[in-house]
Write a protein that binds this ligand. Structure first.
Ligand code: GDD
Ligand code: MN
Length: 374
């Protein structure tokens, strides 16, 4: 017995950590100190640590956190460079922990940290696997939200219900605690797009989870500003699509195809304008419309479909040229396959569609490889 104690490497003996609190930050310098103060008060009696995951804040947040972490052992900081995304930040922070229970809370003090001990105990003592802070049950409320934001949140929540394996009153909440092994089990299936990590989690877990809900009132932001913009709705739809269609077709292909359809509209509009406004010869008008439509498709795919590897400056020009090249080959494939099908079946529209599909899939595969290289 004595012998074993002597042989052991000298690891300092401390109380084992019980809870990791993952906190995503993007320009939250005005909030993190206050949050840590509040966590210290509310989590007294629990062995906890805070893991901040910062995505390149420009307001001094990571520097401030680094300074705090140097004198406070409970604080750790993960800095990500060149990447953005609330969900993926949370997952990365959670995977960097070793505690049996992981909580997630916003840095901006809008989540009421005083329910954290309840969330923790629901898992540690009551055998739940997941415990969420909810604004739509028990004592919960959305605080000072206007009608518009309430409506949007309701619609988003309704849209989520088909993909949830676990019933939640507030799947939009980013405030929850989860058992570490449950998160790890779901991790390989997470979509990791956008903001809705809790929804992603209950949609990706292989089975319904045993869940507890604790009401809280959503606070008003005092310092800093919200990062939710127009893209958030799009990313939400992307998450829903990935969780449904995503098993069969890549969501990027669906987006690429939808933009392609818009491109057809642009093509026809440009053709009409060239023929009617400047009385261009048909071949010239058609050529101009093709270039216009390709440019339009490139620009839109760069903004939406390939937002995560967006090209700018000189790379934008290079990308456009490679996109023209890819699409030219796509057109050759389109005409070739179309003609082949037409010879076999004589159906002009089946041949047309077959050619268009093969051409588009080529454009998608080749451009994701050559134009929007990782
Ligand atoms: N690392 C990282 N990367 N953090 C981010 C990013 C990002 O790209 N975007 C936002 N954050 C951080 C913010 O700094 C903040 O701590 C937290 O994530 C929430 O961002 P807000 O911009 O304050 O969003 P919100 O208040 O509108 O949304 C919150 O409420 C929703 C409920 O209506 C979030 O908690 C959502 O998850 C929640 O669903
Ligand atoms: Mn917020």
């Amino acid at each position: 017995m004595l012998q074993r104690a002597v042989d052991r490497p000298s690891i300092e003996r401390v109380q084992p950590l019980q809870l990791s609190v993952v906190i995503p930050t993007l320009n939250e310098a005005g909030n993190v100190e206050a949050l840590l103060g509040k966590l210290g008060v509310t989590l007294a009696g629990i062995e906890w640590e805070a893991i901040f995951v910062d995505d390149g804040s420009s307001d001094g947040t990571p520097e401030l956190l680094t300074r705090i972490a140097q004198s406070d052992r409970r604080v750790r900081v993960i800095r990500r460079i060149g990447r953005r995304g609330l969900s993926s930040a949370v997952v990365e922070g959670a995977l960097a922990t070793t505690t049996p229970i992981i909580a997630v809370i916003d840095a901006d003090l809008q989540h009421d940290e005083r329910i954290l001990p309840d969330l923790y105990r629901a898992i540690a003592e009551d055998a739940h696997e997941l415990a969420i802070g909810t604004r739509y049950a028990g004592q919960g409320s959305t605080g000072e939200w206007d009608d518009r934001r309430l409506k949007v949140s309701r619609i988003a929540t309704a849209l989520a219900s088909p993909i949830m394996k676990t019933r939640l009153s507030d799947p939009m909440s980013g405030f929850f605690a989860v058992r570490r092994d449950v998160l790890l089990e779901a991790a390989p299936s997470l979509s990791n797009v956008g903001y809705k990590i809790l929804l992603d989690l209950v949609a990706s877990a292989p089975r319904p989870l045993k869940v507890a809900e604790v009401g809280y009132t959503f606070g008003t932001r005092v310092a800093g500003e919200s990062k939710l913009d127009e893209m958030v709705a799009l990313e939400y739809i992307e998450l829903l699509l990935d969780k449904t269609l995503g098993r069969f077709v890549p969501v990027k292909l669906v987006q690429f195809g939808a933009i392609g359809m818009l491109g057809v509209g642009i093509h026809l509009a440009l053709l009409w304008l060239a023929l009617n406004l400047i009385a261009a010869p048909f071949a010239w008008a058609q050529a101009g419309a093709v270039v216009g439509a390709m440019t339009f498709n490139f620009a839109l795919n760069n903004i939406f479909t390939y937002r995560d590897r967006k090209l700018t400056g000189l790379n934008w020009v290079r990308g456009l040229i490679s996109f023209y090249a890819v699409c030219s080959l796509g057109a050759v494939a389109n005409v070739g396959i179309g003609s082949l099908v037409y010879e076999q079946m004589q159906g002009w529209w089946i041949a047309g569609i077959a050619g268009a599909i093969v051409g588009s899939v080529w454009n998608y595969v080749a451009s994701s490889w050559l134009t929007w290289t990782r």
